[in-house]
Design a protein around this ligand. Structure first.
Ligand SMILES: *Cc1c(COP(=O)(O)O)cnc(C)c1O
Length: 367
């Protein structure tokens, strides 16, 4: 199951889903009803599971759009039984909370709900699933505890459902197939699809390569004397005569303000520090002494890489801003134009038709 919630982790749900469908993906996972409907309206006929909890009043729309429903409670199960019609059947995945503490039935309550749904007309038991809380940590004993709790439910009811699923990217990378004693027919992979994992060490286990690169243009260049303050709060002053470039990107584009004073960018094959407070639409970088590279080479309109394969990593930006790589991708704001480029074609098995080009490229994604 390809998880494409939150606009495919910021990568753009439509182009990503198109590329995945082209690769043969038959199951999508989204978080909200609206995301599932968006995929249907884009013409996708693959199965789609909405991982979030449905509001009972929304259930007819799941049937209308042929979306699989998560059943996380006895109340939702009752609403499913109430709304299901043989002519508008509901496909349900019963969610067991084995330790995530977010959504789901306790392992003790799940069996009664499963039999109730099994007996209802117009209900298809499409799945039985759980979600790990600590699978990103290699060797987590709690992940194994969750697995044991889930296995106990699967042992009793696994054959009543079409799919049994538990693993996200972290579980795939840390638990491995051998830890899955039941036979899962799906794994729910999200961040790995975008070439990332929770940490760079985990990503290295699968040799994942990040798809997203965030770039911004130089919109002004100036040479300033020592002591010149830069940006809001005048927090930073030039320690010497230096060349400052203003970039057309800021926290309004999703470049975290917490990166102020910590981050660097890559420009002209050189790493340059972000100086002064990051603004909503702009930030400044220090190119160093005028007359020396890169200061004497960078020109207006040049592009700096804020993160991506040719710059700092998403892991760096996550660390500078005290968060996780997931959040960095997800929060690249909609105003940042996405440009999709074909893969560098090692085996060139498939290429994605490029969507419309934009004039101000700040994000490029390799699909
Ligand atoms: C987001 C999500 C996933 C995907 O997780 P990754 O760590 O990105 O692979 C899987 N399952 C559920 C329930 C999720 O919410």
């Amino acid at each position: 199951m390809a998880v494409v919630k939150a606009d495919a982790y910021g990568h753009g749900i439509c182009p990503v889903a198109r590329a995945l469908a082209h690769e043969g993906i038959e199951y999508f996972g989204v978080a909200r009803l609206a995301e599932g409907i968006r995929l249907r309206e884009a013409g996708h006929t693959a199965r789609i599971l909405v991982l979030g909890a449905p509001a009972p009043a929304q259930l007819p729309r799941y049937a209308e759009h042929n979306l699989d429903v998560t059943v996380p409670s006895a109340d939702v199960a009752a609403a499913v039984v109430h709304h299901a019609r043989p002519r508008a059947p509901l496909r349900v995945h019963v969610l067991v909370d084995t330790g995530m503490g977010r959504l789901g039935l306790s392992p003790d309550d799940a069996p009664a709900v499963l039999s109730r749904l099994n007996d209802a007309s117009g209900v298809t038991l499409a799945g039985l699933w759980t979600h790990f809380a600590t699978a990103d940590a290699p060797g987590s004993s709690f992940a194994h505890t969750q697995l044991e709790r889930f296995e106990a439910v699967v042992a009793e009811h696994g054959t009543e459902v079409q799919h049994v699923h538990a693993a996200n990217t972290g579980a795939l990378l840390t638990l491995g197939e051998s830890a899955l004693n039941f036979s899962p027919s799906l794994v729910r992979s999200g961040i790995a699809l975008y070439g990332l994992a929770a940490t760079s060490e985990l990503a290295a286990r699968l040799d994942l390569r990040p798809a997203m690169q965030l770039q911004a243009r130089v919109t002004q260049l100036k040479t300033v004397p020592a002591g010149t303050p830069i940006s809001y709060g005048a927090e930073w002053q030039a320690p010497r005569r230096t060349r400052i470039a203003t970039l057309g990107i800021g926290y309004g584009d999703g470049y975290p303000r917490l990166c102020s004073g910590r981050a660097s960018v890559r420009i002209n094959d050189t790493t340059c520090p972000v100086v002064g407070t990051i603004c909503m639409d702009m930030c400044m970088i220090d190119l160093g002494p005028p007359g020396h590279p890169p200061a004497n080479q960078v020109t207006l309109g040049d592009e700096a890489v804020l993160f991506g394969p040719s710059g700092p990593t998403v892991y760096d930006v996550a660390q500078w801003s005290e968060t996780i790589p997931y959040e960095i991708c997800c929060k690249v704001s909609p105003r940042v134009p996405r440009r999709y480029v074909s893969p560098p074609a090692p085996d060139s098995a498939s290429t994605v038709p490029p969507p419309e080009e934009t004039d101000r490229h700040t994000t490029s994604l390799q699909l």
